[in-house]
Design a binder for this molecule. Structure first.
Ligand SMILES: Nc1ncnc2c1ncn2[C@@H]1O[C@H](COP(=O)(O)OP(=O)(O)OP(=O)(O)O)[C@@H](O)[C@H]1O
Ligand SMILES: [Mg+2]
Length: 300
């Protein structure tokens, strides 16, 4: 179920929707001057993630089967596996774009889809989801920019409307991020006036404009022309190096996965088949299922 303050379901620009729970105080902004691109990325306090016996079904299709896994604070994990194995579903659950059926997801020491009420774990309220969602940013395969807004507004809309950041601060920060992604001269352009690579850079900057602690990347270069892939990957490598974001990345690009991640999880049919450091999973996988999958990826 898409939530109103996620990139997938942009709020109507004309809608009058004051942020419901966020105060200015809760937004960390730096005082004075334009943000240094690298210095403005989160440097500490990223939470870990834990899935505990998470079940996700679509009708009779059981997509995640009592899935357990943990990502440490600041760790960068790549998810691989065949089409339909549940990778996107995992990211969408974390982004609160899908609800879970059973189990518990933790972000840091708080549960995402549940909350504590008098010592009992109950389904999360909209307010709780809203608070939790602020920690998570996602970049999609198809960019999902707000088509009716120019680049600058794509970056300021969420911070202003959802986080309650004063407009001038949001603009200043957006310009710093556009500088970081090399698109300072495009702030007035609309998404349709940009190349795929440029749109994806804007989408990355937009995700970072929300100052997330967790960054989710879902095959972010697979819709790009080959010559644009490297630039976007380089940008993400820099972001990974210069921040302590906890990152979950779905990609079939092995060189990129090796560079960007500390650990690779191989999924099949909603469960983890094998996990380990990228060199081990890509170089000496122990499971036949992983070997078959990697061979198929290499052949494609
Ligand atoms: N909204 C939905 N309604 C019904 N079924 C869905 C929905 N979203 C995903 N599914 C099903 O859930 C399963 C897992 O899908 P998911 O998108 O997570 O796979 P994936 O591992 O990301 O695959 P790919 O590599 O092709 O992106 C698939 O069988 C898919 O058809
Ligand atoms: Mg997917």
């Amino acid at each position: 179920m898409p939530q109103p303050d996620t990139p997938e379901a942009p709020k109507d620009a004309a809608a009058d929707s004051a942020p419901d729970v966020v105060t200015e105080k809760s937004v960390s902004t730096r005082k004075g001057g334009a943000p240094e691109a690298a210095a403005d990325l989160p440097q500490s306090g990223a939470p870990g993630i834990r899935f505990e016996k998470v079940v996700k079904r679509f009708g009779s299709n059981v997509v995640l089967r009592e899935l357990d896994f943990t990502v440490s604070p600041g760790e960068r994990v790549t998810l691989i596996g065949p089409s339909g194995s549940g990778k996107t579903t995992i990211l969408r659950l974390l982004m609160t774009l899908e609800t879970l059926n059973e189990g518990v997801i933790w972000i840091g020491d708080e549960t995402l889809w549940h909350m504590d009420r008098g010592g009992k774990r109950v389904p999360a309220s909209q307010r709780h989801l809203h608070e939790m969602r602020k920690q998570v940013g996602m970049v999609f395969q198809q960019f999902n920019l707000f088509p009716n807004m120019n680049v600058l507004r794509n970056l300021t809309e969420g911070p202003v409307r959802v986080l309650g950041v004063p407009k001038d601060e949001a603009v200043e920060r957006a310009r710093g991020l556009l500088d970081m992604v090399g698109l300072s001269d495009k702030e007035n352009a609309h998404p349709t006036q940009l190349s795929g690579g440029q749109q994806q850079r804007v989408a990355i900057a937009r995700a970072l404009a929300m100052q997330p602690k967790v960054l989710l990347l879902d095959e972010v270069t697979s819709a790009l022309d080959p010559e644009l892939v490297v630039g976007v990957q380089d940008l993400l490598r820099d972001i990974a190096r210069q921040s302590d974001l906890t990152m979950l990345c779905v990609t079939h690009e092995m060189a990129f996965a090796k560079d960007i991640s500390n650990r690779v999880l191989m999924f099949d049919q909603g469960q983890i088949v094998e996990e380990g450091p990228p060199d081990q999973i890509f170089g000496e996988p122990s499971e036949q299922r992983t070997r078959d999958f990697l061979q198929a990826v290499l052949a494609s």
